[in-house]
Design a binder for this molecule. Structure first.
Ligand code: F6R
Length: 608
């Protein structure tokens, strides 16, 4: 969360800084700001809200200077006001920060007792105040930086300007990623390589504990002890091309409709479409050799992992522990090196997922990562990377990354079953054949359900609460449907295992509560229909999402039905995701919310 950029350049930087911030807006969009040094003094422009407000501000009051830092914020400490927007200034020091300074209260008290006057409610300001104090005490810029880093606890990506050193940016990393870009007589700094792609693809990643002194022609990197260290330079694959919305109203809509293509591309990496076999994927990770699997992820990626658990257990007879990463890392799970761990993340930067990965690594587990961002920290720290190849996902609500994660997990589970001898050759071919047919069926569904979805989502947009129910893999899918609806339409929604209904949630049911039941005609169909009867008996309004077989035999008088083609069980979660995504999308459009950048959210969650 929060995006950072910096340029030590030869030409004016403020416009380029804001362009780079545009590429980081997925990290937060509560406020934004930029600071430069001109004529020996620090200057800044800041604006509440989206980046466009900062652009307007800069048009009114341009900012010159050939060195600068900039920030797009996802508020943690302090409301998203202009006053709390970064860069924060204190006595000739400017700071932008991504992360949380955990001991800020203690430092703030100490600094205030020594006479410091704080201007903001942020944790970040203590960094600026501390550096300014050390400078007043007579320390040089680097000495002050080293001393400040010894005092702050927590997570940070930092970029700092000192007014009296107008040719240098100092950066530090502990947790959130920071990448240095090497240009021609200019140097760059960013939260990721995508931000720097228009400037350079020659990059160096800082590792945790590093801090760096960046000048026009090079960088000197230090470790936490202040020793000079060398970090490898590499060529980034990040593209300078910014994805557009095409003919769609929102990135989310584009990403929903892109799914047949991207899922086919993801599958192409893991299965052979000609002979319907899985292809061996990674030497670093062998599902056949492990006693159990620990999966950990957050949000939608966690729900993909939960569906993956059903598959690994069913097809590969591999016991799976799964947890949301924020719980996993603190649960003190007894881990054995005979187990392997799998982490799922679109961004590859999610703080809790990364921390869980490191915890498992310390315990000697082999680490696999199902990742979209190939150059991310999680990808770099894993023993084996399973790319989902979804391409950039711009909409904050995950859609295509979810179905690509599912496609990859399905292929991995079949491969694991093959390796462990629990899936026969014939079963492998049948399962893979279903996977290869999936993109075509996805396209068919996307082309046919729109009118029905629009009708239903108009109804949903008037509701306060919605319940989603499912059994088997449709249970995590019910939670994903509810998550999608709540995050972009702000309608309260919950997903439950259909069998759990009578253990509590049934108390909520009345004629105002739509209940979306995900029930293809699978092994659980009859049981889910019984749960639907329980809802109907209490006046609940049912929206049944089923398949042709289910629709033919379900006699229940439901409010509405969405009928999808009958498909094999292994691909049902990907196919049934589509109406759930579209229902949420259209409900949000009817309500007029900011679909691609919903309130309070960010695409990459780099704080705990
Ligand atoms: C919901 C959503 C989030 C992410 C979660 C994990 O639509 O996108 O719940 O799935 O923040 O993010 P990654 O996959 O980047 O680790």
């Amino acid at each position: 969360m929060c995006g950072i950029v910096g340029i030590v350049g030869q030409q004016p930087v403020s416009e380029r800084l804001v362009d780079a911030l545009k590429r980081l807006e997925y990290r937060g969009y509560d406020s934004a700001g930029v600071a430069t040094i001109t004529e020996g003094a620090l200057h800044r422009r800041r604006a509440e809200g989206k980046l466009v407000n900062l652009k307007t501000r800069l048009k009114e009051e341009p900012l010159s200077g050939t060195i600068g830092i900039a920030h797009t914020r996802w508020a943690t400490h302090g409301a998203p006001t202009e006053c709390n927007a970064h860069p924060h200034f204190s006595d000739g020091v400017a700071v932008v920060h991504n992360g949380i300074i955990e001991n800020f209260a203690e430092l703030k008290d100490e600094l205030a007792a020594a006479g410091a006057e704080f201007q903001t409610d942020t944790d970040t300001e203590v960094v600026a105040q501390l550096l300014a104090k050390y400078r007043r005490d007579g320390m040089g810029c680097q000495e002050a930086m080293h001393a400040m880093l010894k005092r702050v606890k927590g997570t940070f990506g930092l970029a700092i300007l000192f007014q009296d050193d107008p040719s240098t940016i100092i950066a530090a990393r502990n947790g959130p990623p920071l990448v240095i870009g090497h240009g021609d007589g200019e140097m760059f700094l960013g939260s990721d390589a995508i931000a720097l792609a228009p400037f350079t693809n020659d990059i160096t990643y800082l590792v945790d504990g590093d801090w760096a002194v960046i000048g026009k022609t090079g960088v000197q990197i230090f470790d936490s002890e202040g020793n000079v260290v060398t970090r490898p330079r590499q060529i980034s694959m990040a593209t300078a091309h910014l994805v557009d919305k095409g003919n769609h109203r929102h990135f989310m809509e584009r990403e929903i409709y892109e799914q047949p293509e991207v899922v086919a591309r993801a599958l192409g990496h893991y299965v052979n479409f000609i002979d319907n076999r899985v292809v061996p994927v990674s030497d670093g990770f062998d599902f056949a050799k492990v006693a159990s699997l620990a999966i950990s992820a957050c949000g939608t990626a966690y729900l993909a992992g939960l569906i993956g658990k059903y598959w690994f257990e069913r097809y590969a007879r591999l016991p799976v522990e799964i947890d949301v990463a924020s719980e996993f890392r603190y649960r003190e799970i007894p881990l054995s090196p005979q187990s392997a761990a799998l982490f799922i993340s679109q961004s590859g930067e999610t703080a809790d997922t990364l921390a869980s990965l490191r915890y498992c690594k310390e315990h000697g587990l082999k680490i696999g990562a199902v990742i979209n961002a190939r150059e991310s920290t999680i990808a770099r720290e894993a023993d084996a990377v399973f790319p989902i190849l979804a391409g950039p996902e711009i909409g904050v609500a995950s859609t295509k990354a979810f179905t690509c994660q599912l496609a990859v997990l399905a292929a991995l589970a079949i491969g694991a079953g093959k390796g462990r001898g629990t899936v026969t050759d014939d079963e492998e071919q049948a399962l893979v054949k279903s996977l290869t047919e999936m993109p075509h069926i996805m396209r068919q569904v996307l082309n046919s359900i729109q009118p029905k979805i629009e009708l239903l989502s108009r109804e949903l947009s008037k509701c306060r609460d919605v319940l989603y129910l499912g059994r088997g893999t449709n249970f995590p899918l019910a939670m994903e449907g509810a998550l999608k609806l709540k995050e972009i339409s702000y309608i309260h929604a919950e997903g439950y295992a259909a069998g759990e209904l009578k253990h509590g949630p049934i108390a909520l049911i009345d004629e105002n509560m739509p209940v979306i039941v995900i029930a293809p005609h699978d092994r659980f169909f009859d049981k889910t229909v019984s749960n639907m009867q329980e809802v109907a008996a209490r006046g609940g309004r049912i929206i049944l999402i089923t398949d042709e077989r289910g629709a033919a035999i379900s006699k229940l008088d439901t409010m509405h039905r969405i009928v999808l083609p009958s498909v094999e069980e292994i691909i049902a979660p990907m196919i049934f995701s589509l109406p759930l995504q579209l229902l949420a999308y259209h409900a949000a459009v009817f309500m007029g919310t900011d679909v691609d950048q919903p309130r309070n959210l960010a695409k990459s969650v780099t704080v705990e």
